[in-house]
Write a protein that binds this ligand. Sequence first.
Ligand code: ADP
Length: 319
Amino acid sequence: MKRIGVLTSGGDAPGMNAAIRAVVRKAIYHDVEVFGIKNGYQGLMEGNIEPMNVGSVGDIIQRGGTILFSARSDKFKTEEGQNLAIEQLNKYEIDGLIVIGGDGSFRGAQKLTAKGYPCIGVPGTIDNDIAGTDFTIGFDTALNTVIEAIDKIRDTATSHERTYIIEVMGRDAGDLALWAGLSGGAESIIIPEKKDDFNEVIDRLKRGQERGKKHSIIVLAEGVGSGIEYGERIQEATNLETRVTVLGYIQRGGSPSAQDRVLASRLGAKAVEILINGKSGRMVGIENNELVDYDINDILSKKHELNKEMYQLSKELSI
Ligand code: ADP
């Protein structure tokens, strides 16, 4: 491989820049040229492609977002769009592509791979919803943002004796809510994987009420539905004054944490290594602090498993 390309796609995540930096520098270290593709698959189809060098990724390791920008493209989901993308890659004589993004972006990489074009996926999303990796790039930073918010809301919760619901992101996965709930000392966690446990949440609130407990913090994952609706249900069932905070997009931004910078650097470099060694259609990940790579088809057919031990612990510590 003489030339590779890199793009970021789907929802942005803190640490994507650190991953781009690692891809560019690792490739140059191995005398491979790197091209940056702007605006994800949209820019790929349009030929929005530029050479990158050591300097073009200077001073970005600490920045959130992505210097290559991101986009969503319906056209790329079509055969015509994918053929256009491959035409552009051939025109620039790019031999392989690294896609930094979430599962949607990997479906795109899967399609290009099926057409014979070598692609490697790097998991970048705050949702931590991808199989084959303990963590995705951006999750740790988002988690720290959520905890900061919980700590602040806790001050008001304690002062005003109310029940607070904090709605966090995560799409269909409860990881962000689970980790935030456990590390923020929440009384309850409501996540899509354990939606049926909602009655237990009500029971716990009622037991607390009987003991004279005046305030509670509940972390709710967006995947279960609207925090506002849950707030109404809780207020009806318990008569506790309930307030809802939807954290929203602040969770996607900010300077990446040390964990995310290290993870992004390791995964970005690993992606280059396996691509130039001839692998294709793989996703790189981290398991038990070891770098791994898996068939992207397998990854996309599996679900990221919830850590049941942690979920149980969260209940035991908030009796
Ligand atoms: P994420 O990567 O964060 O999950 P999306 O689901 O929006 O984000 O996917 C990002 C982009 O990947 C989409 O806009 C589309 O261009 C491409 N993509 C998603 N699903 C497919 C698919 N089934 N086939 C081809 N491309 C896809």
